[in-house]
Design a protein around this ligand. Sequence first.
Ligand SMILES: Nc1ncnc2c1ncn2[C@@H]1O[C@H](COP(=O)(O)OP(=O)(O)O)[C@@H](O)[C@H]1O
Ligand SMILES: [Mg+2]
Length: 284
Amino acid sequence: MTATATSTPLLELQGVSKSFGAVQALSGVDFDVHAGEVVGLVGDNGAGKSTLVKVMSGIHVPDGGEYRFEGQARNVSGPNDPASFGVATVYQDLALCDNLDVVANLFIGHELVSGGPAGLVRELDEPAMEQRSADLLRTFSINIPSVRAEVGMMSGGQRQSIAIARALVGDAKVVLLDEPTAALGVAQTAQVLALVRRLRERGLGVVIISHNLADVFEVCDRVFVMRLGRIGGTYKIADTTPEEIVGAITGGQGTVRTRAAADAAAGRSAAPDQPASSSQEGIA
Ligand SMILES: Nc1ncnc2c1ncn2[C@@H]1O[C@H](COP(=O)(O)OP(=O)(O)O)[C@@H](O)[C@H]1O
Ligand SMILES: [Mg+2]
């Protein structure tokens, strides 16, 4: 399901820079995500991951660089622009309303209304919203006891799934997730990662910030490593190792060695008589 290198990216950034006063949060960042692809964004605290995602979602307007969507340069002056192309963001803090039910949370801010022409009696079209909620949850196999249950009573995994589903109520093509499993236990993380895979199966492009390399290796096709506001490297998950990614995150400092570096040092491209774990020596 990995997107081919020849297809046009859904979302592409070229040479994006952003500073906050004296802090250069992003410098010359190139990024792309294709339809049917899950791209990971990793890096140390302060590397610029959240800032980059906020540029993608239009919350931050970059100082320089180009924003392209479906192959065309786009003018982005606020979050409404990416939203109109089909870029949906799921925020780190979930931002669900605990005292409201699933339907109300899914449609908050873009409720369906029924009734006469503008100016006459218009009311919320609860049956239509309830139906669309149920359809959406079924399409993405999200298990919720009832769409009329308050979300405050639900598990972390269910809540994160609802937060992601909310991004899908509009017809999203790209979904941006900032640390979607940070607050979740093992079973609930698995639930959210399964949902991310279903987004990919449906042809969406997914960008996922994560501190957890196990999650990244489980669900991503490619990973961008950010370091001090720049892209330190891009790796296909099938062709890399967690050790290599850790090395890229830390800039190869200290004692971290990668398989590629170990192999290069030993003058080999593959080592049939050498266990792969030998390349992990020295990792902190
Ligand atoms: N709104 C802001 N105002 C000032 N500085 C910011 C703001 N947002 C981020 N920064 C700074 O930009 C840098 C990158 O931050 P961030 O994108 O949050 O990194 P990450 O998500 O990788 O931890 C940090 O030095 C951070 O302090
Ligand atoms: Mg962050």
